[in-house]
Design a protein around this ligand. Structure first.
Ligand SMILES: *Cc1c(COP(=O)(O)O)cnc(C)c1O
Length: 363
C-alpha cells in the first residue's frame, strides 16, 4: 500500500489504563482515576438534563453549524459567532489547524514537554518540528521566537502547560505576540483556562482583536466535565476561522454534546465551585510535597507534576496496585515524576496516603 511516509513511524495514542482493566488485574473493588485531568465532580445538573431531552433525536444528523452552542459561547466570551470554530474536542481543532497549515517544507514550533497532539499531528502532515525545551516547567518564549524563520507556519503555546501546570503571564505573552511575524499562526491552548488563579494571567480573548494571527483553544472536557461528549472550540479572527472551516468534518460535533455544552455554560456556579475545590485540592498536594521534601510545580491547572525522587513508573505501578490510577511522568518527559489529577478532598487524601507509603517503603 502507498502509505504516507510519516504514518509508518507513528504509534497510536496510549490512553491511561481503564478502570475495568485495573480492577481485574489487581483484584480491586474500587478504583480512583486521577490520570486524565477529568473533573472529579462530574458536570452540571443542567447538562445532565439535556441527555433526557435529546435522546430521541439520535436518528438525525447534528447541526453542523452548532447554532445553539455557537450563540451561547459567543455571548459567554463576548466574541462574534463567526469568530468561533467547534470541534470534536479541541483535539480536533488541533488536527484541523495542522491539516490546513502544516505540510512538507514548512516548520512548526512548540515547547517540550507539552501536550503531545501538536507534535503528533505535525508528524502526520510531514512538517518539520522544532521543539524548544521548557525552562523551570515554563515556555521559553524567547527561544521559541529564535526558532521561528520564514518557513514557520504554526507556533503552539500551551498555557497552563500540560503536564507542568505553569503558565505564560500577560506581559510575556504580549511581548511575544508583538514579535511573532504576522504570517505565523500562534495557537494558545487554554484547555485549563477556567482553573487559572494567577492574577497576571492574560485575558486572551481580548487579545484576539489586536492579533489576527492568534487563535485560542478551549474545551468542555476539563472543568465543564463533559469529556465523553467531545466538544472543544477555537476563537480567532473571522478570516482565520473561515479559512480553517473547510478542513473540518461537516458534522464534527454531536447533538447531545452541543446542547449539553450550551447548558453547562449557563451553570457558572458549578464552575466556580469546581475552581474553588481544585484550589483546595492543590493546597493538599502542596502541603504533602513540602512535608516530604518533594519538588513540584505550582499548578494553574487541575493536575500536579510531582518529582518522586525515583522512577515515576515505580510510583505509578505502586499506586495502581492500591487502586489509584495516575500518569507516570516517564511517558510525559519527566521520568522521575508522576502527574496526578486533583480529585475530591477524599480522593486527594487517599492518593497522598498511598504515596506516603510508597516513599516510606523506598527509603
Ligand atoms: C485535555 C487537553 C486537550 C484536549 O481536550 P479535548 O477537548 O477533550 O480534545 C487539549 N489540550 C490540552 C493541553 C489538554 O490537556
Amino acid at each position: 500500500m502507498k502509505w504516507k511516509e510519516a504514518i509508518l513511524n507513528l504509534k497510536p495514542y496510549q490512553p491511561g489504563r481503564s478502570i475495568e482493566e485495573v480492577k481485574k488485574a489487581y483484584g480491586l473493588e474500587q478504583i480512583t482515576k486521577l490520570a486524565s485531568n477529568e473533573n472529579p465532580f462530574g458536570c452540571s445538573e443542567k447538562a445532565k438534563d439535556v441527555m433526557k431531552n435529546y435522546g430521541n433525536s439520535l436518528a438525525l444528523y447534528p447541526d453542523g453549524y452548532a447554532t445553539v452552542l455557537r450563540s451561547a459561547v459567543s455571548e459567554h466570551l463576548g466574541v462574534q459567532e463567526q469568530e468561533l470554530i467547534f470541534g470534536n474536542g479541541s483535539d480536533e481543532i488541533i488536527q484541523v489547524i495542522s491539516r490546513s497549515l502544516l505540510y512538507p517544507g514548512v516548520n512548526t514550533v512548540m515547547a517540550t514537554p507539552t501536550f503531545p497532539q501538536y507534535k503528533h499531528n505535525a508528524v502526520l502532515e510531514g512538517a518539520e518540528i522544532r521543539e524548544v525545551p521548557l525552562v523551570d516547567g515554563e515556555h521559553d518564549l524567547d527561544s521559541m521566537l529564535g526558532a521561528i524563520d520564514e518557513n514557520t507556519s504554526v507556533v503552539w503555546v500551551c498555557s497552563p502547560n500540560n503536564p507542568t501546570g505553569r503558565y505564560v503571564p500577560q506581559n510575556v505573552l504580549v511581548d511575544f505576540l508583538n514579535k511573532v511575524p504576522e504570517q505565523v499562526l500562534v495557537v494558545l491552548d487554554e484547555a485549563y483556562y477556567e482553573y487559572v488563579d494567577a492574577q497576571d494571567y492574560p485575558d486572551t480573548i481580548k487579545l484576539l482583536g489586536q492579533y489576527k494571527n492568534l487563535m485560542v483553544l478551549r474545551t468542555f472536557s476539563k472543568i465543564y466535565g463533559l469529556a465523553s461528549y467531545r466538544v472543544g472550540y477555537g476563537a480567532a479572527h473571522s478570516e482565520l476561522i473561515s479559512r480553517l472551516d473547510p478542513a473540518r468534518e461537516p458534522f464534527n460535533t454531536n447533538t447531545i454534546g452541543q446542547f449539553a455544552a450550551a447548558a453547562a455554560l449557563e451553570d457558572q456556579e458549578f464552575i466556580a465551585y469546581c475552581h474553588e475545590m481544585n484550589k483546595k485540592g492543590l493546597a493538599q498536594f502542596y502541603d504533602f510535597c513540602e512535608k516530604e521534601g518533594l519538588k513540584y510545580y505550582p499548578s494553574q491547572g487541575n493536575f500536579i507534576l510531582i518529582d518522586v525522587k525515583g522512577p515515576g513508573d515505580e510510583a505509578f505501578q505502586f499506586l495502581m496496585e492500591k487502586g489509584y490510577i495516575v500518569r507516570s511522568g516517564n511517558a510525559l518527559g519527566f521520568p522521575t515524576s508522576i502527574r496526578v489529577t486533583v480529585g475530591s478532598p477524599e480522593q486527594n487524601e487517599g492518593v497522598i496516603r498511598q504515596l506516603t507509603e510508597f516513599l516510606t517503603s523506598n527509603k
